[in-house]
Design a protein around this ligand. Structure first.
Ligand code: HEC
Length: 106
């Protein structure tokens, strides 16, 4: 009987794991947007290059689309923007548009 209840407890703990992992998942787009932080600062708050704070989803998305399709052009952002699908650019824009300062992560 002892063995069974121990096993039951272990099963319950294992079943709870996926739920815990989901709670800890980062907001959608954050992982992709973290590629931008090196140049645009943590959460886009600005460092060496332009701050992206305060820009709307549409503004960021539109600029990414423009930079992706710019011809001629061979700048940093064109090369970077070309690596993303449309859906990924929307996720990145949505995430960045919700940032208010370097300490915010929503
Ligand atoms: C290697 C450095 C680098 C990385 C990484 C990078 N950028 Fe940029 N970004 C720049 C530079 C430099 C500019 C200025 C325009 C130019 O020269 O192309 C710029 C300009 C921009 C602009 C237009 C300026 C503005 O204030 O709106 C947007 C929007 C932008 N980047 C978004 C992003 C996003 C989103 C990512 C991540 C997916 C990203 N950048 C990653 C270097 C970078």
């Amino acid at each position: 009987m002892r063995v069974i209840s121990g096993f039951t407890l272990l099963s319950a703990a294992l079943l709870a794991l996926p739920a815990a992992a989901q709670t800890a998942a980062p907001p959608p787009g954050r992982l992709l947007a973290s590629n931008c932080f090196q140049c645009h600062g943590t959460n886009g708050a600005g460092s060496s290059f332009d701050s992206l704070i305060g820009e709307s989803v549409d503004e960021i998305y539109k600029k990414l689309r423009e930079m992706q399709s710019e011809t001629p052009g061979n700048n940093i952002m064109k090369a970077h923007a070309r690596g993303y699908t449309d859906e990924q650019m929307r996720q990145i824009s949505t995430y960045l548009s919700r940032q208010r300062s370097s300490s915010t992560s929503r």
